[in-house]
Write a protein that binds this ligand. Structure first.
Ligand code: AMP
Length: 139
């Protein structure tokens, strides 16, 4: 897992490597993903390094979401997609490849065949209810 010193997104924040910057404020930065799933695919990050959701401060997450809405609206206006997904990965099993928290803003096209790494299969209702109790207990 990258630490602050060799984190590629920290280097983008510091300006030591280039990015296709879209927006910046005191706490967040938005730039285009260099491997876009579709045109307009953007990333929003907190300037403060945190590897993933669990390590992130509430104030950074709140700031990121405000920027996500601002940038997503601009992406929508710019590329007029048929829809737009917000995505965020935690851990290699979820296909996280950069260990600095980021939200993907991913414009979608009808029939673009972009796939997440899971299928839509209804869960067992009893298991879902029991798990909900356990997760609530951990909040
Ligand atoms: P994830 O798989 O959720 O960790 O997403 C990381 C994303 O960062 C990938 O979609 C990469 O294409 C993107 N990425 C990696 N390096 C850069 C970079 N230097 N500038 C912009 N996007 C990048």
């Amino acid at each position: 897992m990258a630490d602050q010193a060799n984190c590629i997104f920290c280097k983008i924040v510091a300006g030591t490597i280039p990015s296709y910057k879209l927006y910046e404020d005191a706490m967040t930065l938005a730039f285009l993903d260099i491997n876009p799933g579709n045109p307009g695919h953007a990333l929003v990050i907190p300037k403060a390094h945190a590897a993933n959701l669990y390590a992130s401060a509430d104030k950074d997450l709140a700031a990121v979401m405000a920027t996500v809405r601002k940038v997503a609206a601009a992406v929508e206006k710019t590329v007029s997609p048929d829809g737009l997904n917000l995505l965020q990965a935690n851990g290699p099993g979820a296909a996280q490849s950069v260990f600095h928290f980021h939200m993907h803003i991913l414009p979608r096209r009808n029939g673009d065949e972009l796939k997440m790494n899971w299928g839509l299969k209804p869960g067992d209702k009893g298991e879902l209810a029991a798990l909900a109790v356990k997760i609530r207990a951990n909040l």
